[in-house]
Write a protein that binds this ligand. Sequence first.
Ligand code: GAR
Length: 219
Amino acid sequence: MSTTPCRVVVLISGSGSNLQALIDGQHNGSLAINIEAVISNRADAFGLERATKASIPAEAIEHKNFLDRDSFDQALIQKIESYKPDLVVLAGFMRILTSDFVRQYSGRLLNIHPSLLPKYQGLHTHQRALDAKDDIHGVTVHFVTEELDGGPPIIQAIVPVLENDTVDTLSKRIQVQEHIIYPMAVNWFANKRLSVNENQVLLDKEPLPVNGHQIDSRD
Ligand code: GAR
């Protein structure tokens, strides 16, 4: 186990409840991380207030002030690099990243996506699961690759879809699981237990199943 905490930069666009789960884990000592900075592409993201309250540098780099995706991502890289992170965590960061960005952080860039990938890449995942009358839905933490929502899963939480579920009730139940599995995956990385080799995720040097480690909240 490493002794110096893993240097983490968290990227957000909104509420930052997953960020809060990481802040809480850092503060209560359950996560071997130090969140060096929180960066948002929206100045009004509530997650920036959460960071400030926790005395973490909080910065906004607004994508709307840039001419194109490439110049925004280059500015983002420059800002992230100033914090020398070991790990970059996307926590509700609602921007498509350029290949340059993804390559820069290859093997140390994590995302959380609200579906059981590879099902429902992209947006409106809860509505799509309800429309399809799925029995189960869930959330995935994965390494980010150049394929949107296509990187190899690390951990998934399975959540039942209940008869009277709405997007609101389902997403609330899923967020409870998000706040469990994201800190778990981040801590595996921080403790150097997690790696990825050509789309194969290894935990303690053993290959994980193709859908990652699975937690079933119905158990
Ligand atoms: C989370 O539910 C996360 O799964 C989702 O955004 C939400 C952010 O919530 N991410 C995506 O949809 C990525 N494609 P938070 O700001 O409260 O952490």
